[in-house]
Design a protein around this ligand. Structure first.
Ligand SMILES: NC(=O)c1ccc[n+]([C@@H]2O[C@H](COP(=O)([O-])OP(=O)(O)OC[C@H]3O[C@@H](n4cnc5c(N)ncnc54)[C@H](OP(=O)(O)O)[C@@H]3O)[C@@H](O)[C@H]2O)c1
Length: 331
């Protein structure tokens, strides 16, 4: 039987490479739909000769989307942006782009569509990112009712944008920020500056998310549903910063930053070509990023989620003073 073809939009991104590798290992033909195919050539060795093919597609352009989907058995949409720039607007990428993919998939008779959203997606959110993610979910459901939608919390793994960014910051600054702490107050006769440690997250491993995306493509009973995904444990922002300091062997101070100060900082950060923080992200940080029902959400996929503690040290050690092996070398 001929191998099934899967089109992966956003294949060159952080999660994309985990998904492409898994699909190739399972014998699928993979069409990696990306804006610049040359930038996705690193995906080709993940499969046999000819198994992974980068093709050009911009999800804002319906024609290129339809061409990338033509002949596919399944489609996975991993396209997302963290900040707006030029023509890359949240609404155009997360909502209209997702709609272009879902509509083209329905018209082409694609059997499975798996769409990546984000925990906290909500039309009611004051964050444009979260609003556009909710708009994308609704558009996907309208066009392709049997799509599977996944909503992960913050994702960790060697190429992530979250833990690596704060680890880099730990190398540059004497203090790391803790967002979401209440104003300082006296509790039991002591000054409490962290409260319960700020915004809460349920970090989830990239490998587990990629596995769930592929399982969603393969299992019959997951279509038409939306699944929230988190790791096995919930951490406050302060606990996450402590994990980063531990993983990088550093002893930086932890500085509670009120949201108003973070908003001012983000205003100036937005002047940079790649802003490390935006006002929209500060708005997102005002809401905990955890599963409401206290679970990790992986049961329907048959996956036991990986702990942060087992993966983080394997890539944060590159930020240790003196380099990766400095902790072990005696000479
Ligand atoms: N990482 C997380 O912690 C996290 C958490 C929750 C949800 N998510 C969601 O998971 C998905 C994957 O995240 P990720 O971390 O892998 O993101 P990523 O590393 O930034 O990758 C995003 C991909 O989208 C592509 N892309 C951007 N604009 C495009 C466009 N107009 N047309 C075609 N491709 C475009 C990028 O390629 P080029 O820019 O090179 O063209 C890149 O391959 C996203 O939807 C994200 O919102 C991620």
């Amino acid at each position: 039987m001929a191998a099934k073809l899967i089109t992966v939009f956003g294949a060159s991104g952080f999660i994309g490479r985990y998904v492409v590798k898994r699909l190739a290992q399972r014998g699928y033909l993979v069409r990696a739909a990306v804006r610049v195919p040359e930038g996705a050539l690193f995906l080709k060795p993940m499969g046999d000769v000819g198994q992974v093919t980068p093709v050009q597609a911009n999800i804002r352009d319906p024609k290129s989307v339809a061409a990338a989907i033509d002949g596919a058995h399944g489609v996975i949409n991993l396209v997302g942006i963290l900040y707006q720039s030029g023509k890359q607007r949240f609404d155009k990428v997360h909502r209209a782009g997702a709609e272009n993919i879902a509509r083209a998939a329905a018209e082409a008779g694609v059997e499975r569509l798996v769409h990546m959203s984000a925990l906290g997606a909500s039309e009611e959110s004051r964050s444009l990112y979260a609003q556009s993610k909710a708009g994308g979910e609704a558009a996907v459901r309208d066009c392709f009712a049997k799509a599977t939608i996944l909503r992960p919390s913050v994702i960790f793994g060697p190429q992530d944008d979250f833990f690596n960014r704060f680890a880099e910051l730990a190398c540059l600054l004497p203090a790391l920020p803790v967002f979401g702490c209440p104003p300082p107050r006296f509790r039991d006769g002591k000054l409490d500056i962290y409260g319960d440690g700020g915004t809460k997250f349920q970090p989830v491993y990239a490998g587990d998310v990629a596995e769930a995306l592929v399982v969603a493509l393969e299992k019959d009973d997951l279509g038409g549903n939306t699944y929230e995904l988190g790791g096995p444990s919930v951490y406050s922002f302060k606990q996450i910063m402590e994990l980063i300091l531990d993983g990088t062997g550093r002893k930086d101070l932890l500085l509670p930053i009120p949201f108003w100060a973070a908003t001012i900082g983000a205003f100036f950060a937005e002047l940079l070509p790649v802003p490390p923080l935006t006002r929209d992200q500060v708005t997102l940080l005002k809401t905990d990023n955890i599963l409401a029902d206290g679970t990790h959400g992986f049961e329907p996929f048959g996956i036991e989620p990986t702990t942060v503690e087992s993966i983080l040290p394997t890539y944060l050690d590159q930020y240790c003073k003196g380099g990766r092996f400095s902790r072990f070398s005696s000479a």
